[in-house]
Design a protein around this ligand. Structure first.
Ligand code: PLP
Length: 368
């Protein structure tokens, strides 16, 4: 099987498996207990937290571990008390759009931006135009999980800082693809472990002091009382190891880009009628979203699956459904084009042979 759906989830890195297995074989206590077993668990937790904090160049106190990016985003949005006006985009993941919908019911006004020039991302100018004195929060993704197109986060962060507006960034699709520098104007940013060869069920929210929230989950005093519940130490350690693995393969993004660009070039040579969405936009290195005219995306996905290749159909949550990708539609494409588009997403484990085989199989199926 060739796995090209790495934007949905990734396989565990072997290093991560070993790290977690070793911890599972230990008798770890509850990190809140004061006896020997508890203290050992607390040390394991602290060591992982320190590694994560160092990776992102933030302090340990700014970290909040959650069950995934969905919870991180919900926490950073729903945890805000008063929020008269929010700026976001229609291209966001439902883990942003639905909590913002809930904020509307609490009285927030929301400006949902769509790319102005048709296909692409949200610009600083659009955010500036949407801003008003009531604006308290901006929520945008650093890169789109379906197309890979990046947002100009650094520029928007400068603006947010100048206006003293909270700025929450969904960093899920960028982590592992590019170096992450968190600009000062970003008051909160979230990541997901299972997108970078770490375990499922653990996510991160980096919260700066300015981004004051009430907890989403009340309980014990864990994580400075910002999220009740015993920490999932083994998963957090696995996530920390997955981040370390990113540092171990600094050349991986260039390799993914080389393979992805070669894949698109070859397919475009063979089938000039296909369209690579966002080909000339700034995109992350691993994502290729392609329109195949007169092909039903879902049928093609199933044929590829039968031929041994797993690809994506828009976001992971809407795969399985019959809805066309909302992201592509919001980018100005017709439902027909959206339904005929497939997402190929590579990982650092994708090989040149797998890409060659994929080209061959895609070509064979299209000719048929
Ligand atoms: N944000 C983006 C851009 C995503 O792609 C995803 C997952 O598909 C999420 C948020 C949610 O992440 P998780 O699966 O960790 O809840």
């Amino acid at each position: 099987m060739i796995y090209l759906d790495n934007n949905a989830t990734t396989f565990l890195d072997n290093d991560v498996v070993i790290c977690m297995q070793q911890l599972m074989q230990k008798t770890l206590g509850n990190p809140s207990s004061i006896h020997h077993f508890g203290q050992e668990a607390k040390n394991v937790l602290y060591h992982s937290m320190k590694e994560v904090a160092d990776f992102f160049d933030v302090s340990v106190n700014e970290l909040l571990f959650t069950s995934g990016a969905t919870e991180s985003l919900n926490t950073a949005i729903l945890g805000l008390e008063k929020c008269p006006h929010i700026i976001t985009s229609a291209l966001e993941h439902s883990a942003v759009l639905l909590p913002i919908e809930a904020m509307k019911k609490r009285g927030a006004k929301v400006t949902e931006l769509v790319p102005k020039k048709g296909f692409g991302s949200i610009t600083l100018q659009q955010v500036q135009e949407a801003y008003c004195t009531e604006t308290k929060l901006i929520v945008l993704m650093s890169a789109n999980n379906e197309t890979g197109i990046e947002t100009e986060i650094a520029k928007i962060a400068l603006f947010a800082e100048e206006k003293e507006v909270l700025f929450l960034v969904d960093g899920v699709a960028l982590l592992g693809k590019e170096r992450i520098d968190i600009p000062a104007g970003v008051t909160a940013i979230c990541f997901s472990s299972h997108k970078i060869h770490g375990p499922m069920g653990v996510g991160l929210l980096i919260l700066r002091k300015k981004h004051k929230i009430s907890p989403l989950i009340y309980g014990g005093p864990q994580q400075n009382s910002r999220r009740g519940g015993t920490e999932n130490i083994i998963a957090i350690a696995g996530f920390a190891r997955a981040l370390k693995c990113l540092q171990k393969y600094p050349q991986a993004p260039d390799l993914m880009r080389f393979l992805r660009d070669g894949f698109e070039k070859k397919l475009l040579e063979l089938f000039p009628e296909i369209v690579v969405h966002g080909l000339h936009e700034k995109r992350v290195c691993n994502t290729s979203n392609i329109y195949f005219p007169d092909v039903d995306g879902e049928t093609f996905l199933m044929q590829l699956d039968l031929a041994g290749i797993a690809v994506g159909l828009g976001s992971a949550c809407s795969s399985g459904g019959l809805m066309p990708s909302k992201v592509l539609v919001h980018m100005g494409l017709s439902e027909k084009i959206a339904r005929s588009s497939l997402r190929f997403s590579l990982s650092r484990f994708t090989t040149a042979e797998e890409i060659d085989q994929t080209i061959e199989i895609v070509a064979r199926l299209l000719k048929r």
